[in-house]
Design a binder for this molecule. Sequence first.
Ligand SMILES: CC(C)(COP(=O)(O)OP(=O)(O)OC[C@H]1O[C@@H](n2cnc3c(N)ncnc32)[C@H](O)[C@@H]1OP(=O)(O)O)[C@@H](O)C(=O)NCCC(=O)NCCS
Length: 249
Amino acid sequence: MADWLALDRASQRAWPALITERYDGWVLRYARGYTRRANSITPLVASSLPLARKVACCQRRYVEQGIEPVFRIVDRGPALGVDAWLAAAGWGKRDPTLVLCRPLDSTTAEARLLAAADDVDALGIEDWIDAFVRITCDGREQGPHREMLWRVATHSLRLMLQRDGQPVGCALAVLRDGWLSLLDVAVVQAWRRQGLGSLMLQRALAWGAAQGAVGAVLSVTATNKPARALYARLGFTASYAYWYRHPPI
Ligand SMILES: CC(C)(COP(=O)(O)OP(=O)(O)OC[C@H]1O[C@@H](n2cnc3c(N)ncnc32)[C@H](O)[C@@H]1OP(=O)(O)O)[C@@H](O)C(=O)NCCC(=O)NCCS
């Protein structure tokens, strides 16, 4: 499958920050604090400036924006040198996350799945955000989330499942660089283990395959056993991993 750098780029573009800066081989993303993924520093390629100076400069930039400076460290390449430096400086490692992927084929299995998932609704952004908040009980201010969704509006599918007239499941599928990213996947507690998560993702995969995506990609916290089991059943396997480094207290 694709190399991890291409996958990482596609995944990050599918969950766009509101501001993205490049600084000597590092990517700095800001989205008014909504999700760490869109509000973190990712060292990607080897850099030339002294690390202590660079890290201090990044910290200042995030603090000025009222955002906690957090590094997102991938488990390979020059990022590992940065990780060792941060660890020695007391930055705490949190939430190891796996990036999983699987190939898509428009001509076979995925196309057939579409029919099986025909009661999954595709919503506009405002209706989908309402459903997302009800399903996840997410108390965060949704302004940045809304802006991020608008940025991918023309190449995404916002899915929602209802039961008894109530929204019970949601998922977001975004097509970027030929890859289908799956995000914001959730089913309300009372409706779990009844195949709804699978149904929504099958619908998303069918859509991605029909759009010509070569594969699907998603991130899952390593400790999230239910989600990992669901994704394994849908044929996803691990490609690479990342974790976060938070500043010393
Ligand atoms: C992950 C989640 C979306 C799964 O939704 P779901 O509707 O319960 O999933 P399904 O019923 O389609 O499960 C399909 C298969 O996944 C596996 N699975 C799902 N939940 C599981 C669990 N709690 N323990 C073990 N396996 C599980 C099983 O193999 C299951 O098939 P089975 O029930 O026939 O054994 C749901 O648990 C959820 O909303 N979790 C909180 C939000 C979250 O973590 N989202 C994912 C972020 S990456």
